[in-house]
Ligand binder design. Structure first.
Ligand SMILES: *[C@@H]1O[C@H](CO)[C@@H](O)[C@H](O)[C@H]1NC(C)=O
Ligand SMILES: *[C@@H]1O[C@H](CO)[C@@H](O)[C@H](O)[C@H]1NC(C)=O
Ligand SMILES: *[C@@H]1O[C@H](CO)[C@@H](O)[C@H](O)[C@H]1NC(C)=O
Ligand SMILES: *[C@@H]1O[C@H](CO)[C@@H](O)[C@H](O)[C@H]1NC(C)=O
Ligand SMILES: *[C@@H]1O[C@H](CO)[C@@H](O)[C@H](O)[C@H]1NC(C)=O
Length: 408
């Protein structure tokens, strides 16, 4: 199939970017938001010093994961094997759509306290990060906030106050996605002012500086047919962020049921929609390699084959396969494969994995493909990796494999 057509089918990825909000995994939001309180935080400067020193490079590998707070009842922080992580992100809190301050619900407040206490009690302590936004929308609210200095300032001040109130080590922005070049420019202003405020707060309070990171598109620019062409403000991100988390997944999925696809292939011979292209694009855009952190999915995407005998990558499909809206957690994939005696294929060309049984087809990652991706990341001098999401693994097998594969 022509790569142009593949690109056209993929373009809708941006509407289903982050499986975080997929049906069954996300409960209804809890009621009654409370306003954050805490120590006074300096008012951010709208025009940060042009001579702002770049945030130093990370000193050691980032081995991170996002923890979806809505799985708390089955996978609370105490259930995480913290041996396999250096940083864990609490996912997510949102901003109020008029005040632009963070909304910490009573349920968030309880879970955040437990989250940071659990991570910090580990030896060595794990850094507790707070991620803002996610794939569930909210792009308009971010855009409204980021458009103006006074609303950016309100947002920034509230994020620092919340971080300190809950004893967090850092903040993460997951805006999916700034929709045009103007919004990308606002994002650059936001990051510069945010860093400026974080530096001044640390200097004024004598506390260790908060970390500042961002979850971003797999590539440094949007290039698919139908997308508004636009690039991230990489120059500003390079100086203001500790690192970026590139979301190297969801290349194919439920938005295209006409054929199977590798959801997170390292290589794609027919297109630039691949992890190798995306990560390289970030380095070429000017992010120091050690500030580029590779996203790894701990879930698969499924299709229903048209013909059980035609079961490769790109085989004709007629709909979604097993799972919830065509999504299965890695633990569910492993169980499905065993229960259905599925054939499992480690595909060398794409460095991705798939399995099939009857008309069911699943594309995913396993310890083999993750190890190959980590070799790629290390060969390119990148900063580390992160998982979406902590708790979706099968008995920590991929988490352990990744930890061991990344040689420091
Ligand atoms: C967590 O991982 C470590 C390192 O592999 C292992 O020694 C430990 O038994 C694991 N803990 C649990 C509760 O699985
Ligand atoms: C802001 O959020 C409230 C509560 O979720 C919602 O009812 C309202 O429609 C939103 N307003 C805008 C402008 O998005
Ligand atoms: C989170 O889960 C723990 C363990 O199941 C439970 O004790 C706690 O009440 C939960 N917190 C919230 C806010 O649901
Ligand atoms: C991939 O991107 C490069 C430039 O970054 C371009 O030269 C090439 O044509 C693209 N390949 C495809 C298949 O679109
Ligand atoms: C499982 O599949 C293999 C081929 O992949 C076949 O040889 C074997 O008989 C199957 N086992 C069962 C129990 O169906």
């Amino acid at each position: 199939m022509a790569s142009g057509f593949i690109a056209f089918l993929i373009l809708t990825t941006s509407f289903f970017p982050f499986i975080s909000r997929a049906g069954a995994y996300r409960p209804a939001p809890a009621a009654s938001p409370s306003s954050p309180t805490g120590p006074p935080v300096p008012v951010p400067a709208c025009v940060p010093s042009a001579a702002m020193a770049p945030v130093p490079l990370p000193l050691s590998a980032i081995k991170a994961g996002y923890w979806p707070s809505w799985i708390n009842s089955t996978s609370p922080p105490s259930s995480i094997n913290l041996s396999y992580f250096t940083h864990i992100y609490y996912a997510f809190v949102e901003l109020d759509n008029t005040s632009f301050e963070l909304v910490v619900t009573p349920s968030d407040a309880g879970m955040l306290a437990d989250f940071t206490a659990t991570l910090h009690a580990h030896d060595p302590p794990i850094k507790a990060m707070l991620s803002i936004g996610g794939g569930g929308g909210g792009g308009d609210t971010f855009a409204n906030m980021a458009a103006d200095c006074s609303t950016r300032s309100a947002f920034i001040r509230s994020t620092i106050a919340v971080a300190r109130e809950y004893n967090l080590d850092g903040l993460d922005l997951d805006w999916e996605f700034p929709a045009n070049p103007e919004k990308m420019a606002s994002l650059g202003d936001l990051f510069m002012e945010w860093r400026d405020a974080i530096s001044r707060e640390a200097a004024e309070t004598g506390r260790p500086s908060l970390l500042l990171t961002s979850a971003v598109y797999f590539a440094s620019h949007f290039f698919l047919t139908g997308d508004t062409p636009r690039s991230y403000p990489a120059d500003q991100m390079a100086v203001s962020l500790d690192w970026i988390n590139a979301m190297c997944y969801d290349y194919h999925g439920s938005w295209d049921t006409s054929e199977t696809g590798a959801p997170a292939a390292l290589y794609d011979p027919n297109s630039n929609v691949s992890t190798s292209y995306g990560l390289t694009s970030w380095v070429e855009a000017g992010i120091p390699p050690t500030k580029v952190v590779m996203g790894l999915p701990l879930y698969g995407r499924t299709w229903k084959l048209k013909d059980p005998a035609d079961h490769g990558i790109g085989a004709p499909a007629v709909g979604l396969g097993p799972g919830t809206d065509g999504v299965m957690l890695y633990s569910e994939v492993v169980n499905f494969n065993t229960e259905n005696n599925a054939t499992q294929v480690d595909d060398e060309i794409t460095v991705s994995v798939y399995s099939y049984a009857g008309t069911s087809w699943i594309g995913y990652d396993n310890p083999w493909s993750v190890t190959r991706k980590i070799e790629f990341a290390q060969e390119h001098g990148l900063g580390g990796y992160f998982f979406w999401a902590v708790g979706y693994d099968k008995d920590w097998s991929i988490s352990r494999g990744a930890w061991d594969a990344w040689q420091s």
